[in-house]
Write a protein that binds this ligand. Structure first.
Ligand code: 5AD
Ligand code: SF4
Length: 476
């Protein structure tokens, strides 16, 4: 692990447990019954995973939970900085709490997550949102008990935003949002500095959790009945490069795949520059690893890719996809992220993105209009194309992918997929809903007792966003 990345010691965690008890005593004196906390999460799965840890700590402190901000005694916004739109929503939603806080001065309003890790945002909160009591960054989530205790007992506002390369904290309690599907962070941070992206500045350097810690949490999840476990990292392909001894992501997948139990492993996000043939072979060989590859290409044009500092070419990307298709055939599902209207991108260059979309035939795409982020190199580049024009390009991209998704869905008629039955369906009373490896939804008529199991389901009728199917045979 790099020298300036710190694993939080047992003593520091024990210190937090003391604060947790102190909060517990304090709130049980202050309130009759459990005070409620409302944790609002924006952005990616990493943030969802962080919020699940925040909620775990709050539960240990004695808080109950509510979705309704206006009945909460503690409101936490876990924010996202990846695009301006996400930031605007946070400002709007925090602003809307002003009168609630004025009427209820005992309520604690807290902001955390990537947005707060930017100096100009923290300054804005300091100046323009005086009713926000507590602001903390991405590297001190493990200190939530101490921070809440301070916010409850001190009259001053609390800003805890250390700018460090990163920490790893093990053993934090987790309150998960779902009882069958779990997020499992295997690494934190990013070293890639794509020229448009704020993440490396707000999440610090790449750091991997120890294999033993990942395996222990994974086993615990399987024992608790979780069936779909998604390994998380900004760039999971570089997992383990900082560990001693070095471990590759493929090795980790194989270790997890060999564990006892009936489960499916997913992972995201992969970076094409670090995605290896070995990883693709591992996916193809490990029966519990979903044959779903989320491999963002961002642009199909080599000049734009270079300006984005992505470190791969269109050709290299295509060779990975083609290799994955060769090994996994029809089983493979590809998804990707795309940025439309990177500074200086021309329409001709954007057309290379369209042609790549045409070529790879993704199941679905996550598409974003470029959003300038303060402090990133791209924010300094000339950006002559107006937003309306970029929106037009975006519509063209969406129409293309809609056609491709439709064609892909139609090809599935008659095919059988191994699916995880996750709940009741929406097509009718006796329908159940199941998810394929590639995250497609199939609804079928079945007994409710199948919920929570893996089943083989044959597609009978592909509709637009969902497919209808029938149970092929019951798996043991
Ligand atoms: N503008 C638009 N999209 C962005 N992304 C990251 N930064 C930006 C930005 N500044 C997108 C990328 C990334 C996804 C998580 O968000 O496509 O893969
Ligand atoms: Fe951002 Fe690039 Fe890191 Fe992904 S790999 S988080 S896009 S810098």
């Amino acid at each position: 692990m790099p020298a300036d990345i710190k694993k939080i010691s047992k003593e520091e965690l024990a210190e937090q447990n003391k604060y947790s008890q102190m909060v517990n005593e304090l709130i049980s004196k202050r309130y009759s019954g459990k005070p409620l906390a409302c944790v609002v999460t924006y952005g990616c799965q990493q943030n969802i995973a962080d919020s699940e840890r925040i909620k775990g700590m709050l539960e240990a402190m004695g808080y109950g939970f509510t979705e309704d901000r206006l009945e909460a005694k503690l409101i936490i916004f876990n924010t996202c900085a990846v695009r301006e739109h996400a930031e605007d929503r946070v400002f709007g939603n925090v602003g809307a709490l002003k009168s609630y806080k004025l009427d209820n001065p005992d309520v604690v309003i807290a902001l955390c997550g990537c947005m707060m890790q930017q100096q100009h945002i923290a300054d804005k909160i300091k100046q323009s949102f005086p009713f926000v009591d507590l602001v903390f960054g991405t590297h001190v989530v493990y200190k939530v008990p101490q921070l809440i205790y301070t916010a409850l007992t001190r009259k001053k506002r609390v800003f805890e935003l250390p700018d460090v390369d990163g920490v790893i904290a093990e053993g934090i309690p987790v309150k998960r949002d779902n009882d069958k599907k779990a997020w499992l962070p295997i690494m934190y941070g990013c070293n890639n500095f794509c020229s448009y992206c704020i993440v490396p500045y707000v999440r610090g350097r790449e750091r991997s959790r120890e294999v033993n810690d990942v395996v222990a949490e994974f086993k615990q999840l399987v024992d608790e009945g979780y069936r779909e476990i998604t390994l998380l990292g900004q760039n999971v392909n570089s997992y383990g490069k900082d560990l001693e001894p070095r471990v590759s992501f493929s090795q980790l997948l194989r270790i997890l795949n060999d564990l006892e139990g009936d489960f499916r492993i997913r992972f995201m996000t992969s970076h094409p520059k670090d995605c290896t043939k070995e990883l693709i072979e591992t996916m193809a060989q490990c029966d519990k690893v979903a044959t779903h590859l989320h491999l963002p290409f961002q642009s199909g044009n080599d000049r734009v890719l270079k300006a984005m500092n992505r470190s791969y070419t269109r050709e290299k990307y295509l060779s990975l996809i083609n290799y994955a298709k060769e090994l996994m055939g029809d089983e493979l599902s590809i998804t990707s992220d795309i940025i439309v209207g990177f500074p200086g991108e021309t329409y001709e260059e954007f057309c290379d993105t369209l042609s790549l979309v045409e070529e790879i035939k993704a199941t679905s795409l996550f598409t974003f209009i470029y959003s300038p982020r303060v402090g990133t190199p791209a924010a300094e580049m000339d950006d002559p194309v107006p937003y309306e024009e970029k929106s037009k390009w975006m519509r063209e991209l969406l129409a293309l992918q809609e056609r491709i998704s439709g064609e892909q869905m139609a090809l599935h008629r008659g095919k059988t997929f191994k699916c995880f039955v996750y709940g009741k369906g929406k097509q009718g009373d006796n329908y159940l809903a199941a998810r394929t490896d590639g995250n497609l939804i199939i609804e079928f008529v079945g007994d409710e007792r199948l919920i929570g199991s893996f089943q083989k389901i044959k597609v009978t009728e592909p509709l637009t966003y969902v497919m209808l199917g029938e149970l092929e045979r019951k798996e043991k």
